[in-house]
Write a protein that binds this ligand. Structure first.
Ligand code: SF4
Ligand code: SF4
Length: 410
């Protein structure tokens, strides 16, 4: 299915035409928000390619490659030299499984905090883990250094274990559940990232309910864009996302609002009248990823494609040479003809270069799953937005406007 190819139906009205019209009226809905003034500089440090799991959708090639201390030092210098003075900087520790290299994480944390340009008011640290290695000592380290923890959990153990297993095939869901209980009690602002694919799509509403029952209040939902999505799945997206949104409103009514990226991100975009240029893909510019050997890539999801050489931009030692080409690319509109006339375009993530590449091998070509998912998200977010503003008044609008611009790392 080509993106946008199914836009006619027997009634003569294109599916989503109502959503397009509502959005063109109003951005109407919301006051346009004062626009963002500065980009967030996001750096992902892939500290190791070792991992104790073998998730079926993983894009990291497992190897013993781990960042040396010399590369860690060069990487931290590179980050601070490259980010403009005064800019907000987010440094994320990533893998493989980064907690397999705890001494290196401690060393990197010291390097960041002792760097002459470090300013805790504008530099944030984060760590993404598969949740199988957490203990009290790790919790204390993260808490003492204000490192934001994001655990990957795809749902109840039976759901999680469909894709997230050890090299010998054992599920990791029970262990991750224990981690979520402990980390939730020990750390503020715990985030959970749930990846969903064709095999777990229908479980998504239950997954958010399960995570909520464990006390999680910041839930990121990210599709496996490389999954075998078929037209039948695309047809189910609006229904499934709608169930998640219903649960979101139930929590809001109960006075216990949760952050759910699937709803909050798109509602914020609708309320602001579309994606601001600084919210769009910054890969290769304000967003970079650093491999264990110090190679620099536009995004961590492009480390492990078939042709990493195509994406490699340079290294922390020698600098980055080819960013100009990538920067030019990311400001180009998608090549799909349908996008040029689509009323959802200002609200659509058709600009996500790495998602596009992983689906179509072209930074600028949107894949059919992304198109279907973005249409469903716009429809669902519009419904939640309208119900929320009707029911809860201006406070709900403010919540939407405060939504995060871009999804979390997966
Ligand atoms: S835990 Fe992360 S790095 Fe390890 S196999 Fe799973 S997705 Fe890949
Ligand atoms: S702008 Fe988005 S929703 Fe519209 S045709 Fe393009 S990819 Fe699809």
């Amino acid at each position: 299915m080509e993106a946008g190819a199914d836009r006619s139906d027997p009634s003569g009205e294109r599916p989503y035409e109502g959503v397009e019209k509502a959005l063109s009226r109003g951005v109407a809905l919301g006051q346009r928000q004062p626009q963002l003034q500065a980009a967030l500089y996001k750096y992902t440090l892939c500290v190791t390619e070792r991992c104790n799991l073998r998730c079926s959708y993983c894009y990291v090639e497992k190897s013993p490659r781990t960042m040396s201390r010399a590369t860690a030092e060069a990487a931290v210098d590179f980050i601070f030299k490259r980010a403009p003075q005064g800019a907000a900087v987010d440094i994320g520790f990533f893998g493989g499984e980064p907690l397999l290299e705890l001494p290196l994480l401690e060393y990197l944390t010291r390097l960041v905090q002792e760097h002459p340009s470090y300013d805790p008011a504008r530099v944030g640290l984060g760590l993404t883990s598969n949740g199988t290695l957490f203990d009290d000592g790790i919790g204390a380290f993260l808490l003492a250094n204000r490192i934001r923890l994001c655990i990957s959990c795809d749902g109840r153990p039976a759901v999680h274990d469909r894709c997230r297993r050890s090299p010998t095939g054992e599920g990791s869901g029970r262990r991750v559940e224990q981690t979520l209980r402990c980390a939730q009690a020990a750390l503020p602002n715990l985030r959970v990232n749930a990846v969903f694919g064709p095999e777990t799509l229908e479980d998504l509403p239950d997954t958010v309910a399960y995570l909520s029952s464990l006390g999680v209040r910041e839930i990121y939902l990210n599709p496996d864009v490389t999954g075998a999505w078929a037209p039948g799945h695309a047809a189910r997206l609006e229904h499934v996302y709608g169930k998640v949104a219903d649960q979101y409103l139930v929590w809001h009514r109960a006075g216990d609002p949760h952050y759910v990226s699937l709803v909050d991100v798109k509602m914020g975009v609708l309320a602001r009248g579309g994606y601001h240029p600084l919210e769009r893909c910054q890969m290769g510019g304000a967003e970079l990823a650093i491999a264990p050997d110090g190679s620099v890539f536009p995004c961590e999801r492009l480390f492990a494609t078939q042709d990493p050489g195509r994406h490699r931009m340079g290294s922390v030692g020698s600098g980055v040479g080819s960013s100009a080409e990538l920067c030019a690319r990311r400001t180009r509109p998608p090549v799909n003809g349908e996008c040029a006339t689509c009323g959802l375009a200002p609200f659509c993530m058709n600009w996500c270069g790495c998602s596009n590449y992983l689906m179509t091998s072209d930074y600028d070509r949107v894949g059919p799953f992304m198109c279907a998912s973005e249409r469903a998200l716009c429809a669902v977010a519009l419904r939640v937005f309208e119900s929320g503003v009707r029911e809860f008044g201006p406070g709900f609008l403010q919540r939407a406007l405060g939504g995060h611009g871009c999804d979390e790392r997966s």
